[in-house]
Design a binder for this molecule. Structure first.
Ligand SMILES: Cc1cc2nc3c(=O)[nH]c(=O)nc-3n(C[C@H](O)[C@H](O)[C@H](O)COP(=O)(O)OP(=O)(O)OC[C@H]3O[C@@H](n4cnc5c(N)ncnc54)[C@H](O)[C@@H]3O)c2cc1C
Ligand SMILES: NC(=O)c1ccc[n+]([C@@H]2O[C@H](COP(=O)([O-])OP(=O)(O)OC[C@H]3O[C@@H](n4cnc5c(N)ncnc54)[C@H](OP(=O)(O)O)[C@@H]3O)[C@@H](O)[C@H]2O)c1
Length: 496
C-alpha cells in the first residue's frame, strides 16, 4: 500500500503534488535544495526584471487565484510570494523541507521502497545527512533547473583576468553590471530580458545570438493582449498535434488555407510592429516555427533598445575564443567583455537517480521516456511532474498531480506496457521531427498544453464540458475552471 510519498522540488510541480496528495491524506515529505519555495521564481534564481510570460489569470493554480492587485504580468518576486502563500493557505509548510538537497536515491524491489538520501544545509552553514524510506517517489526537479553554459576556449585566462562568466539564472544582482562591458549569449527569453534589464547601467550590453527566432509582442498591433491569440484552444489548433481530431482535423486538412492565412496575418503584423526587416532581425522562417522547444514574448522595448543603439546585437555568430577581457567572435570581430551572461538553456538531468534506473527512464540520447510525460514505463513507484512544460506550465503541473493521484488510487488503468512504450516511441519520434530535435529531451510539449490536459483528464473521465471547451476555443484558458477536480477526487478516493 502506498502511504508515504517523497517529492523532490518546491516549484509548481512539487508544490501541486504536495497539495493534492496531502488533500488525499497521504503522508508527504517534500525536499527542496534552495532556501525558499518557487523553483524558477526563487530569489536564488531570479534575474533582474523577470516577470511571467503568461498573464496573471493564466498563470495561477485552479483553486488558488493570484492576488487581483498583481499586475497583468506579475514579477518573479510576486510569483514566489504567491507560491509561498499557496503552501501557507493549504497548510503544508511543515511538510516542505527547505535547504535539503536530495543527493541519492535507491529502490528496493523486495519491499517496494525508495531510500532517499538528503543533505540538509543548516542556518549556520553546517551540513547534516539524512536518509528516509518512502513508498513512492515524485520527481519535480525542473527541466529548466540545471544551467547549461558553453565551454569557451580561453575561459581560464578570462577568469584569471577578472572576467566573470555565469548563467542568466545565476545573474541575480543588476548592480553587478554597472559600468561593465556585458555580453549576453543566446536569443531566448532569458537572454533578451537580462540585456534589457542592465543596458542602462552597463558600459555596454551586447547580445550574441547564434540564431534568430520569432518573438511575440505582449500586445499584438499594440492593441490586442497576446493571450487572446496564443493561450486558447484555437491557437493550439494552428499547430499540428500528433493525433488530429475535431476542429484540429479541419484546420490541418480542408481548412489548411484558413489556418495558413491566420498565421500569415499574425506574422505580417508582428514583423511590421517590431520592425524586424528594418533591424535585420527577421528570422527568415515562417512564424509557424515559433512553437518548438521554446517560445518567447518580446522583452519590453527590446527592439526599440536595439534600434536606439542601447543594446548591441551580434547575430548569427558565436564566441570562438576568450582572450584576456575580450571575446573573439566567429566572424572575426573582437568585442570587450567583463561579464559573460549565458542564457544558453538547460540540462534535463536527475543526478540523484541511480544509473540502472536512469537507463530505464531515458533512451540512448538522454530523452525521457515517460508515458503521458509522467510515468517511466518500466520503473515501479516512480513519477515525474513538470516534464510537460508548455504555455501554462503551472496548470500542466497541477493537472499532472491530479492525474497521478487518481492513477495511484486505481482510479483508472494505464494501458499495457507494450502500448505505453509504443505511445512513448511515437511521441518522441513526432517531437524530434517537428522540433528539429529541440524538445528539451522529450520534456517540452510546447504549444500543446491544453491537448495534454485533455488527455490526462480524459484518462480520468473528468474533462470539462463542451461549453467550457467552446469558450476556451475563443478566448484564453482560465485555470479556475478545473477547480472542481480535486474535490471530485477526494470524494472518489477517501482514505481510511
Ligand atoms: C525564467 C523562467 C521563466 C518561466 N516563465 C514561465 C511562464 O511565464 N509561463 C510558463 O508557463 N512557464 C514558464 N516557465 C517554465 C517553468 O519552468 C514553469 O512555469 C514552472 O515554474 C516550472 O516548475 P517546476 O516545478 O517543474 O520546476 P522548477 O521551478 O525548476 O522547480 C524545481 C525545483 O526542484 C529543486 N530541485 C532540483 N534538484 C533538487 C534536488 N536534488 N534536491 C532538492 N531539490 C531539488 C530546484 O531547486 C527547484 O526549486 C519559465 C521558466 C523559466 C526558466
Ligand atoms: N517568464 C518569462 O519571461 C521567461 C523568462 C525566461 C525563460 N522563460 C521560459 O523558459 C524556457 C527557457 O528559456 P531560456 O531563454 O532560458 O532558454 P532557451 O529558450 O533554451 O534559449 C537558449 C538560447 O541560447 C542559445 N544557445 C544554446 N546553446 C548555445 C551555445 N552553446 N552557444 C550560443 N548560443 C547557445 C540558443 O540558441 P539556438 O536557438 O541556436 O539553440 C537560444 O537562443 C522557455 O520556455 C522560456 O519561454 C520564460
Amino acid at each position: 500500500m502506498i502511504k508515504k510519498i517523497c517529492i523532490i522540488g518546491a516549484g509548481f510541480a512539487g508544490l501541486t503534488a504536495a497539495r493534492v496528495f496531502k488533500a488525499l491524506d497521504y503522508d508527504i515529505t517534500l525536499y527542496e535544495k534552495e532556501a525558499d519555495v518557487g523553483g524558477v521564481w526563487s530569489a536564488s534564481r531570479r534575474y533582474p526584471g523577470l516577470t511571467t510570460q503568461n498573464t496573471r489569470t493564466t498563470y495561477e493554480l485552479s483553486d488558488y487565484p493570484m492576488p487581483s492587485s498583481y499586475p497583468e504580468w506579475p514579477s518573479g518576486e510576486q510569483v514566489q510570494r504567491y507560491m509561498q502563500s499557496y503552501v501557507d493557505h493549504y497548510d503544508f509548510s511543515q511538510d516542505v523541507h527547505l535547504s535539503c538537497e536530495v543527493t541519492n536515491t535507491s529502490f528496493d524491489e523486495g519491499s517496494n521502497t525508495w531510500t532517499v538520501d538528503v543533505i540538509k544545509t543548516k542556518t549556520d552553514g553546517s551540513h547534516e545527512s539524512l536518509s528516509k524510506q518512502f513508498d513512492y517517489l515524485i520527481i519535480g526537479n525542473g527541466i529548466f533547473s540545471v544551467p547549461s553554459i558553453p565551454t569557451y576556449k580561453g575561459v581560464e585566462s578570462f577568469i584569471e583576468n577578472g572576467g566573470r562568466i555565469c548563467h542568466t539564472s545565476e545573474f541575480t544582482r543588476r548592480e553587478d553590471a554597472r559600468d561593465k562591458n556585458v555580453l549576453v549569449i543566446g536569443y531566448g527569453k532569458s537572454s533578451c530580458d537580462v540585456a534589457n534589464a542592465i543596458h542602462e547601467i552597463s558600459n555596454s550590453t551586447t547580445v550574441v545570438a547564434r540564431n534568430l527566432i520569432w518573438k511575440i509582442p505582449k500586445m499584438i498591433a499594440n492593441k490586442l493582449n497576446y493571450k487572446h491569440l496564443f493561450l486558447s484552444r484555437m491557437s493550439e489548433a494552428l499547430f499540428r498535434y500528433i493525433h488530429l481530431r475535431g476542429m484540429d482535423k479541419f484546420f490541418h486538412t480542408v481548412g489548411n488555407p484558413i489556418r495558413k492565412s491566420m498565421l500569415s496575418i499574425v506574422e505580417f503584423i508582428v514583423e511590421r510592429q517590431l520592425g524586424l526587416r528594418r533591424l535585420g532581425l527577421h528570422p527568415n522562417k515562417p512564424l509557424e516555427t515559433i512553437a518548438r522547444s521554446t517560445v518567447s514574448l518580446v522583452s519590453d522595448d527590446f527592439y526599440q533598445n536595439i534600434e536606439a543603439g542601447k543594446i548591441g546585437i551580434k547575430k548569427k555568430v558565436v564566441i570562438e575564443e576568450l582572450r584576456g577581457r575580450e571575446a573573439i567572435l566567429s566572424n572575426g570581430e573582437t568585442v570587450p567583455a567583463d561579464i559573460i551572461v549565458c542564457g544558453t538553456g538547460w540540462h534535463q538531468v536527475c543526478p540523484f537517480l541511480p544509473d540502472d534506473i536512469m537507463s530505464k527512464v531515458t533512451d540512448q540520447n538522454g530523452n525521457f521516456r515517460l508515458y503521458r510525460s509522467m510515468i517511466p514505463v518500466d520503473v515501479p513507484r516512480l513519477a515525474f511532474n513538470g516534464y510537460n512544460s508548455s504555455f501554462f506550465s503551472q496548470l500542466n503541473c497541477e493537472i499532472g498531480s491530479l492525474w497521478l493521484a487518481d492513477h495511484i488510487n486505481d482510479g483508472f488503468k494505464l494501458p499495457s506496457t507494450f502500448l505505453q512504450n509504443k505511445d512513448v516511441d511515437e511521441r518522441l519520434e513526432w517531437m524530434e521531427n517537428r522540433t528539429d530535435g529541440k524538445h528539451s529531451k522529450g520534456t517540452n510539449i510546447i504549444p500543446f498544453s491544453i491537448h495534454h490536459i485533455d488527455e490526462l483528464l480524459e484518462d480520468m473521465d473528468m474533462n470539462v464540458g463542451r461549453l467550457t471547451r467552446f469558450k476556451q476555443w475563443l478566448g484564453a484558458l482560465h485555470p479556475k475552471v478545473y477547480a472542481n477536480i480535486l474535490p471530485t477526487l477526494q470524494k472518489k478516493h477517501t482514505k481510511g
